[in-house]
Design a protein. Structure first.
Length: 193
């Protein structure tokens, strides 16, 4: 069964979520915690439990990216939590400082549900991927990593995409195992101009 789009958000709803993400980062600077929202006052789409990632860039360079692969909170609160975590809890980066916030660019990715890709070879996985469309989660023997669909923009082939994801998971780029599990997902991504 093909994956469906995760959610359809209006331009106003997208703008609201981007504002919530920025407010949550500001709240983190002020209080050390993610912004807590009154979910009941928000539009219905923003109350749907959703899996989201928030990606922060500064001067075109990654500054933080954190999210959840499974729905864990209503969309608006999930965005607030992910924005705070991307700014202050991404272990790859120092915490965002107040003088950086104005120049941060925020991108939000709302994920569809996961679909297991039933493949028994690396080549079968490569043949099943839709470049530029599929996000991918790999799991094997305690190793786990994901790439959002927009990571395809930095990769020239499916082989490179999977190889770099294997490395991210702590495995060899050419790794394959009979126990590996592969999941695809789609996302609705939008950001600040």
């Amino acid at each position: 069964m093909p994956l469906s789009l995760c959610i359809d958000l209006s331009a106003d709803e997208q703008a609201c979520l981007l504002d919530i993400a920025r407010q949550s980062i500001m709240n983190g600077l002020d209080s050390g915690a993610a912004l807590q929202l009154d979910i009941a006052r928000l539009d219905a789409n923003l109350r749907i439990d959703s899996a989201v990632f928030v990606t922060l860039t500064l001067g075109g360079n990654l500054r933080g990216c954190i999210g959840s692969l499974q729905p864990s909170a209503p969309l608006a609160q999930a965005v607030a939590n992910a924005a705070f975590n991307a700014a202050f809890r991404d272990p790859r980066f120092a915490q965002v400082q107040a003088d950086e916030v104005e120049n941060l660019s925020i991108e939000i990715s709302v994920l569809s549900s996961m679909e297991l890709i039933a493949v028994d070879t690396r080549q079968a996985l490569l043949d099943n991927l839709q470049p530029g469309v599929d996000g991918l989660l790999l799991e094997d023997q305690g190793h786990r990593a994901t790439f959002l669909p927009q990571v395809w923009e930095k990769m020239s082939t499916a082989d490179e995409f999977v190889g770099q994801l294997m490395l991210k998971a702590g495995l060899a780029a050419g790794y394959w195992s009979s126990t590996i599990r592969c999941y695809r997902y789609h996302s609705l991504s939008f950001g600040e101009n």
